[in-house]
Write a protein that binds this ligand. Structure first.
Ligand SMILES: [Zn+2]
Length: 390
């Protein structure tokens, strides 16, 4: 750990060594440090590459996901040939290729309440690159309980955020948001989209904050939430003091153990990252794509309603079967376009948003409403593969 840098390392880190703020002592601190990355996705990709290049001694990667073609637009740890492989594996290959002096440890499973404390306790710092609320609250609480600092980042559409939580005297994520937003009100990346370069910017800022924390230089984002608007190309920040009444890091904390975060965030069932914002409403009647297709072929009169966003509709839809397009957000104003006497089947990408719309219509007095189980993904799998999956 404290052994002096070898000649190849001295050469590799030369541009660090001539900075008085880093120098040999700083480079040795970087090499002695360990950083845990939550997620090898959009944020984890640039963070992992820059932390490895900078000479962090040990990098842990938690990710249970498999590389999907839709990841490649932003998750630069993974290449076209990696589709179908575990993200943890392709991440290790890229990181090791960038810097063989870095030790990479894989945790190729889902971070949960049973393993988070043990994993966190083995690293100095945590980079939160998760894309869903259950994991974000889990990461926060585990960090507070183990005394670890978390460099937080999040992205959506054209906007990103970054801050440092859990540092001594600084706030935690729960000081900002004590409780999660109502389930289903927050669209996931899969639903809302994200500009490909955005996680590159926010994930790089996270790597920067990690390196500053380790070196003890500069002014950190502790106590400040940085907001980035990619379209306006503007950074703003809001002051974020620690909340003495915070349930996690306050003066009299009420959280003394990890909880069930799926439950806490009002979610159940689906554990898929991309569908984290979804609610599963048990009471909504569902119809399978096979049953629906059979009934459409029989000529049954069914009003099909596609509640996805315009870009999703354009990629492929069921207009040939008479589907009408009313994006979810417009349903309250345009519900009268749907005949209350008719049988209605609502669909979206995966079946989550449409379940909410179906629930809304049922509450409005529509009597025969079904949610298309599995959404357009299921239709593509089982009925018509010419409809693209995304
Ligand atoms: Zn707090």
């Amino acid at each position: 750990m404290t052994a002096t840098l070898t000649p190849p390392e001295l050469q590799r880190y030369a541009r660090h060594l001539i900075l008085p703020e880093v120098g040999i002592a700083g480079q040795e601190r970087l090499r002695g440090a360990s950083v845990l990355l939550i997620g090898a996705g959009g944020l984890g990709s640039p963070a992992a590459l820059y932390l490895a290049a900078a000479g962090i001694g040990r990098i842990g990667i938690v990710d249970d996901d498999v590389v999907d073609a839709t990841n490649l637009q932003r998750q630069i740890l993974h290449a076209t040939g990696d589709v179908g492989r575990r993200k943890a594996d392709s991440a290790r290959e890229r990181v090791t290729a960038a810097n063989p002096h870095v030790e990479v440890e894989l945790h190729p499973f889902r971070l949960d309440s049973s393993n988070a404390l043990e994993i966190f306790s083995r690293y100095d710092l945590v980079v939160d690159g998760s894309d869903n609320f259950p994991t974000r609250y889990l990461v926060n609480d585990a960090a507070v309980l183990t005394g670890r600092t978390v460099v937080y980042g999040s992205i959506q559409r054209f906007e990103g955020q970054c801050s440092v939580f859990g540092a001594p005297g600084g706030p935690c994520y729960r000081c900002l948001f004590a409780d999660p937003p109502p389930a289903g009100l927050v669209p996931s990346c899969a639903e809302a989209g994200v500009l490909g370069v955005l996680p590159g910017i926010i994930g790089t800022l996270q790597a920067l904050e990690v390196i500053k924390q380790i070196l003890g230089i500069g002014e950190s984002l502790v106590g400040r939430l940085l907001l980035f608007d990619a379209l306006a190309l503007r950074f703003r920040e809001i002051q974020l003091p620690r909340d003495p009444a915070c349930p996690a890091c306050g003066d009299e904390p009420t959280i003394d153990a990890l909880i069930d975060y799926q439950d806490f965030c009002g979610l159940s069932g689906s554990q898929e990252n991309d569908d984290s914002g979804d609610t599963m409403q048990d009471e909504i009647p569902e119809i399978s794509v096979l049953d629906l297709k059979e009934r459409l072929d029989r000529g049954d009169s069914i009003t099909l309603v596609d509640v996805r966003e315009p870009g999703e509709w354009e990629m492929g839809n069921l207009a040939d079967h008479g589907a009408v397009h009313i994006p979810m957000g417009e349903v309250p104003d345009r519900a009268d376009e749907i005949d209350p006497e008719s049988e209605v089947v609502v669909y979206c990408r995966s079946g989550a948003r449409s379940a909410q719309v179906a629930g809304f219509l049922l509450e409005r007095g529509y009597e025969r409403v079904h949610n298309m189980e599995g959404g357009i993904l299921a239709w593509s799998d089982e009925i018509d593969s010419s409809i693209p999956k995304y």
